[in-house]
Design a protein around this ligand. Structure first.
Ligand code: MTE
Length: 326
């Protein structure tokens, strides 16, 4: 099966961003110590992480420090599953199409414009984004609205680091993400399945939450194209479609922005789209999920957790009716 290989210039990324083997080793030792220490079952995470890392493509490495707050016990999804079972409609609606069609996406040079209600609008290239804050590795669960989930070691830093730099003004209430829509590179744009470009949005406090990750890599490497290279957002307590890929613009706005799936089917996909086992999709239950890679005939589905298990975000929604604001 095809797996995307990156073909960046010899100087990209800079040598300092390439994970030396010793760093991988020290990370493993770190995880091992964690396993022996306070986290019960941490050894499982260690083994799973090692297994997943062993399966990467050999694309450009991206050094990152494992953030112990986000080392979880669940087995990490295999690199192969995470990179061949994708939703990226710009490259086709079938799960295998992004890995087959995204090869041609040119991810350098790439700029991201940050504008709107901010004191310091700016346009940044990928190298500037890579240098903006220390890169962390965070293992997050990703729950798709379709009823499946994965566990992925992402690399990036809190989006709040970038927000701080541009200084939103008092009018900024929401953040809108606009992604690339280039017919020459993205065959899926020929289909009107969604309104292009794919846009997403968050409330400013959601965007500023430390869990919201500006993501530049996964599994120790730069993001594969099919996973949203060169830069995407990951919001682990929301359904996967709230995590826009291949972003070209971030706008700070006064009003709640339109979002791709809400435009396509407003009854089915609300603005908030927090993972919530108690609020069913109109056409199916959201109470359970299938973990990709655990597809044995007798494998029980997993119970879906409120906010995908990230209960620390509950305070963002205090007093809100989450059935109404689904
Ligand atoms: N971003 C863009 N630009 N286009 C898309 O079609 N799909 C979303 C989200 N981001 C999508 C996107 C959906 S539905 C999901 S579940 C996740 O990406 C999937 O991310 P993954 O393929 O890395 O698992």
């Amino acid at each position: 099966m095809f797996i995307k290989r990156h073909s960046y210039g010899v100087d990209c990324p800079r040598a300092s961003e390439i994970t030396p083997r010793e760093l991988f080793e020290s990370r493993r030792t770190f995880l091992k110590q964690l396993a022996v220490g306070s986290i019960a079952g941490g050894a499982l995470a260690d083994m799973a992480t090692r297994e997943a890392f062993a399966q990467t493509t050999g694309a450009q490495k991206l050094a990152a420090t494992a953030n112990p707050a986000y080392v979880i016990m669940d087995k990490v999804t295999s690199f192969k599953d995470a990179t061949t079972y994708n939703n990226f409609y710009e490259f086709g609606t079938d799960k295998t199409e992004p890995s087959r069609n995204a090869d041609a996406l040119k991810t350098r040079p790439w700029t991201i414009a940050i504008e709107g209600e901010v004191k310091r609008p700016m346009t940044l290239d990928i190298d500037s984004l890579l240098k903006l804050a220390p890169l962390e590795e965070r293992v997050y669960r990703l729950r798709c609205v379709e009823g499946w989930s994965m566990v992925i070691p992402w690399i990036g830093y809190s989006l709040s680091e970038l927000i701080r730099k541009v200084e939103p003004n008092g009018n900024a209430k929401y953040v809108e993400f606009v992604t690339l829509a280039d017919k020459k590179q993205m065959p899926g744009l020929r289909s009107p399945v969604l309104e292009w470009p794919y846009v997403e949005g968050l409330r400013l406090d959601e965007a500023n939450h430390r869990l919201t990750l500006l993501t530049l890599g996964m599994y120790g490497e730069v993001l594969p194209n099919q996973n949203g290279a060169p830069v995407r957002i990951v919001v682990p307590w929301k359904y996967g479609f709230k995590s826009p890929k291949s972003i070209v613009k971030i706008r700070f706005v006064r009003e709640q922005p339109r979002t791709a799936w809400n435009i396509a089917a407003p009854q089915e996909y609300g603005f908030y789209s927090n993972v919530n086992p108690e609020v069913d999709h109109p056409r199916w239950s959201q109470a359970t999920e299938r973990r990709i890679g655990e597809d044995g005939f007798f494998t029980r589905k997993r119970k879906t957790l409120m906010f995908n298990g990230y209960s620390e975000v509950a305070s963002l929604y205090a007093g809100m009716d989450l059935k109404k604001f689904f």
